[in-house]
Design a protein around this ligand. Structure first.
Ligand code: G3P
Length: 223
């Protein structure tokens, strides 16, 4: 499972990119609004750092508007794909964009039927929102499991991005369900690294090494 960062924050992207584990970035209008920059500036800065796929969202509600925005956003960098909401107009836009070779990420997906439609329209990615289903008392991850199962059965090439992940166990569950990609908020990514036994282990090794670090070597160098 590839790991994407779900943020528009440049410092966070730069930091996680340095770990060497980052395969892409997803943004949405709410995440960009938090940064107080224009969508274009934000995407240009992200594209300077990230070479994998970057999702940028179209905001029009009609297909013509979506297409206009998509072509404009896609021209910012060759690795930008366009997030299009799951609506009849969105499906129309995705099917046209897929024929033009512009990559798309069908977003605000909450059911397997919506994912099937996105795939049939030629979406490159489909993003089921796990946390928002949990919020209304559903088991969000079951939708991811179902979509993976259906895509596998029919050899569908659309890639599933498990989105709206809120905690580290969501990432584990997405991986176990067979999601192709998990898009992860910065805070969750940082939590994933941590384990109290790792911290205790480092502390113990350093303390024990203190006991021998000044001992001289008695061995001759061999060539
Ligand atoms: O990119 C979609 C995802 O970020 C939404 O997450 O936490 O707002 O439901 P959330």
């Amino acid at each position: 499972m590839k790991l994407f960062l779900d943020t528009a924050n440049i410092e966070h992207i730069r930091e996680i990119n340095q770990w060497g584990i980052l395969s892409g970035v997803t943004t949405n209008p709410s995440l960009v609004a938090r940064e107080g920059k224009s969508m274009r500036d934000c995407l240009m800065e992200i594209a300077e750092i990230v070479k994998g796929p970057i999702s940028a969202e179209a905001l029009s509600l009609d297909a013509e508007g979506m297409l206009r925005e998509a072509r404009e956003l896609a021209s910012i960098a060759e690795n930008i794909n366009i997030k299009i909401p799951m609506t009849p107009q969105g499906l129309r836009a995705v099917s046209i964009l897929s024929k033009e070779g512009i990559k798309t990420n069908m977003t605000l997906v909450f059911s397997s039927n919506q994912a099937l439609l996105a795939a049939a329209a030629g979406a490159t990615f489909v993003s089921p929102f796990v946390g928002r289903l949990d919020d209304i008392g559903n088991w969000g991850m079951s939708v991811v499991e179902e979509i993976v199962d259906i895509f596998d059965t029919y050899n569908i090439s659309t890639q599933l991005i498990a989105a709206s992940l809120r905690h580290p166990m969501h990432v584990v569950q997405a991986a176990r369900a067979g999601a192709h990609i998990a898009t992860i908020p910065y805070e969750v990514m940082v939590q994933m690294v941590k384990h109290p036994l790792t911290d205790i282990g480092i502390e113990r090794f350093l303390k024990d090494y203190e006991k021998i670090k000044d001992l001289p070597s008695t061995k001759q160098e061999t060539k």
